[in-house]
Design a protein around this ligand. Structure first.
Ligand code: TMP
Length: 214
């Protein structure tokens, strides 16, 4: 049986890493075998592309170049890691995926969404996450949370950029049923409880689906 594909999304400061831990702990409790990975990244070459993408270059980074870098990394990641794991029956937990390209490059950089859709179908055909958790946070709270951090090129963007990124995520959450929005402005324990509930519900539903398929 093919594995299930779960992604986590959210802007910087939304507590994504901690909540990826919660997703994994919930899968561990349920005895589900999974692979944890991230985007951009997840293979040696894709991690090198990530470094290049986040690096603070002394030249202007072209928005299209940025988009192509994340999709190049994604092609490598899908072929060498994600698809083989799903084919083996392992579940995949991925910290960000193509929703991030729509939010950051589509809405944030204001690139043509049709171009993104073309790239999306070129790079991953009909493959989509089975479940995506979007950790939603007001940009000013997010900004305060990352104020003390050493920032990469993306984190140095202005608030207007992150307002558009959030609009992008919210628009996608409205459009796709697979995206579950979680209020990341709550205390961490409450966010983790919501994440755990969403994952347990998904496990239950996928058990029902699997039962129907037998
Ligand atoms: P991270 O900080 O969550 O690891 O994500 C790395 C950065 O890359 C983050 O600022 C979001 C950005 N990003 C894009 O701009 N487009 C993408 O498609 C992905 C996956 C990430």
């Amino acid at each position: 049986m093919r594995g299930q594909f779960i992604t986590l999304e959210g802007s910087e400061g939304a507590g994504k890493s901690t909540n990826v831990d919660s997703v994994c702990a919930t899968l561990d409790n349920a005895g589900i075998r999974y692979l944890r990975t991230r985007e951009p990244g997840g293979t040696p070459m894709a991690e090198a592309l990530r470094e290049s993408m986040l690096h603070k270059w002394e030249e202007q980074v072209d928005a299209l170049a940025e988009l192509l870098l994340v999709f190049a990394a994604r092609a490598q990641h899908l072929t060498n890691v994600i698809e083989p794991a799903l084919d083996r029956g392992q579940w995949v937990v991925c910290d960000r995926f193509t929703d991030a390209s729509f939010a950051y490059q589509g809405y944030g950089r204001q690139l043509d969404l049709e171009k993104l859709e073309t790239l999306e179908s070129w790079v991953h055909g009909s493959l989509q996450p089975d479940l995506s958790l979007y950790l939603d946070l007001e940009p000013d709270i997010a900004e305060a949370r990352i104020a003390e951090r050493e920032k990469d090129r993306m984190e140095e963007e202005q608030r207007a950029f992150f307002i558009r990124v959030r609009e992008g995520y919210l628009a996608r959450a409205k459009q796709f049923e697979r995206i579950v929005t979680i209020n990341a402005g709550q205390p961490l324990a409450a966010v983790q409880a919501d994440v755990c509930t969403a994952i347990n519900r998904f496990i239950e539903d996928s058990t029902v689906r699997a039962g129907r398929d037998v």
